[in-house]
Design a protein around this ligand. Structure first.
Ligand code: ZN
Length: 169
């Protein structure tokens, strides 16, 4: 704490000058909001969980035999990523509120903004990917149903000429 009156360099958390006795206006020591830092950490962590969600989802789309396991795993990781981002968003907004009301004694606005932006972006990404996945899934299901129908007709056609034969004899 640099004294504005006499220029004496006091301790950082000093409330008054040791040299001239002048009282400093900023009496409360500043601190960085823990919620703001946590918000940033959660915002970034969400993306690595989201990565696992995307990889397992693609895995399920590519390998038909593993589709159920892959979709369950991706559903779990997708839900975790969503919760992590939700908490990151709430903490970031709570931190912004506290920083705004603190009158400069609580810092970490950058952390809070980063946490809010990362969480909001992440949730938007997640919802978009889930939408695309559901669309692809419904398309592939429709394709499977379409492919199954003519196959069933062919089987019936093959059986018909075989069955009247005993009747002819
Ligand atoms: Zn002084």
């Amino acid at each position: 704490m640099h004294c504005p009156k006499c220029g004496f360099d006091n301790l950082e958390n000093a409330t008054m000058c040791q040299e001239c006795g002048g009282v400093f206006i900023r009496t409360t020591p500043t601190r960085t909001s823990g919620r703001a830092i946590t918000s940033t950490i959660l915002g970034i962590t969400g993306f690595s969980i989201f990565g696992i969600f995307v990889v397992t989802s693609i895995f399920g789309l590519v390998f038909d035999s593993l589709v159920l396991v892959a979709w369950i795993i991706s559903l779990v990781f997708g839900s975790i990523a969503f919760i992590v981002w939700m908490v990151g968003l709430i903490l970031g907004m709570a931190a912004m509120n506290k920083i705004g009301k603190s009158g400069g004694t609580v810092k970490g606005k950058g952390f809070a903004i980063t946490g809010i932006a990362a969480s909001a972006t992440g949730m938007t990404f997640l919802l978009t990917v889930v939408g695309v996945m559901l669309f692809i899934n419904s398309m592939s299901l429709r394709k499977k149903v379409e492919m199954r129908q003519p196959a069933a007709v062919v089987v019936e056609d093959n059986n018909e000429p075989n069955s009247p034969k005993p009747q002819e004899d």
